[in-house]
Design a protein around this ligand. Structure first.
Ligand code: TXA
Ligand code: MG
Length: 314
């Protein structure tokens, strides 16, 4: 029997019960599917790390459904609340200083004094969090370092029966992980590029936003590991044309492409297709390698290039 369940009211209620009782549930969000558990349940959170094969020095995002909850959980200020009001629910994640009284587990924060929070923009995820009545810790619902999942089927292919329940809320609309901003200091620093671009944040805040590529060996450059999002086959980026044996993923109507991320050259469409096409390319029987055409590095194109550069790292 499949562990994929349509995200209807009945199944969301069932998933919420599971979360309350220390289970692990894969849930849809607008970015990628998440592997969720109760942030306050140490066994459940430990299970996330074990199911994914994730190093425990890599902290998790707490998903919440109510902005008011933020103040109990983390130290906020005008900038934090303004960003939350403008961009939540949505693909923007905050790294904040923990409040002393925050009971979230050290495991969720990987022992850091910071806590990472976002409010996902997907009705099923919001409903699940509300019904479970706890923040849900969730990394992407795939094995560590592999291609991120943008459908319930991708989750099943990666994690199989290791997860009790996969809530199917359809394909993820954004298709790339959230933008992560560090708001623990005076500066606003992007730790992971995503759908919400630096320009968008600068326009809203009316000040410069910094970008940190981090140190891939340290948790504070979290998850910005050099090898990440990787298909099992070799991947070549910035390819002008396919070499022999390569399944060629184009952009902007690339000649000789086997599939095109966006024939019209729309970067948002390309982002939403990226992981799904990498999954598809990894499964081709007539090809043994993958190549991707150059993607312009502007707007969300920066995030796309961030992901495929890591995906191509050996
Ligand atoms: O779109 C998303 O953000 C998805 C969906 C499921 O919400 N989640 C996601 O989680 O991408 P994950 O665990 O695959 O990536 C979260 C990243 C990791 O690279 C982690 O290292 C970083 O956020 N992170 C978490 N807490 C942090 C902290 N306190 N300081 C710095 N980086 C942190
Ligand atoms: Mg991930």
């Amino acid at each position: 029997m499949s562990n994929i369940y349509i995200a209807n009211e009945e199944n969301i209620a069932k998933a919420a019960e599971l979360i309350k009782n220390g289970g692990v549930v894969a849930m849809p969000t607008e970015t990628v599917y998440g592997l969720g558990a109760n942030v306050y349940n140490s066994k459940a959170v430990a299970n996330i790390f074990s199911i994914k094969g994730r190093p425990i020095f890599n902290p998790l995002i707490s998903h919440i459904a109510d902005i008011d909850f933020l103040s109990a959980y983390a130290q906020t200020d005008g900038r934090v609340l303004a960003l939350a009001k403008r961009f939540w629910p949505g693909p923007l994640t905050f790294v904040l200083n923990r409040t002393e009284s925050n009971p979230a587990l050290d495991l969720v924060c990987a022992g850091l004094r910071t806590i990472t929070v976002r409010m996902p923009n997907h009705p099923a995820a919001l409903e699940l969090i509300k019904k479970a009545d706890v923040p849900i810790a969730a990394p992407s619902a795939n094995l560590s370092t592999t291609i991120s999942p943008t459908t319930a089927e991708h989750v099943r292919e990666s994690l199989g029966d290791r997860v009790e329940m996969i809530l199917d809320g359809g394909p993820c609309i954004v298709g790339l992980e959230s933008t992560i901003v560090d708001l623990t200091g005076k500066d606003t620093v992007i730790l992971r590029a995503g759908y919400i671009s630096r320009e968008t944040l600068e326009n809203f805040l009316g000040e410069k936003v910094l970008v940190s590529n981090g140190d891939p060996d340290k948790p504070m450059a979290p998850g910005q590991m050099l090898k990440h999002y990787s298909p099992s086959r070799s991947l070549r980026i910035n390819a002008a044309a396919p070499a022999i044996g390569e399944f060629f993923i184009g952009f902007g109507d690339t000649p000789n492409a086997n599939i095109d991320l966006s024939p019209s050259g729309d970067l948002i469409e390309a982002a939403s297709n990226l992981f799904a096409y990498l999954h598809l390319a990894d499964k081709q029987t007539n090809f043994s390698k993958i190549a991707i055409a150059p993607i312009p590095s502007k707007g969300i194109g920066l995030a796309i290039n961030d992901r495929i550069t890591r995906a191509a790292n050996k």
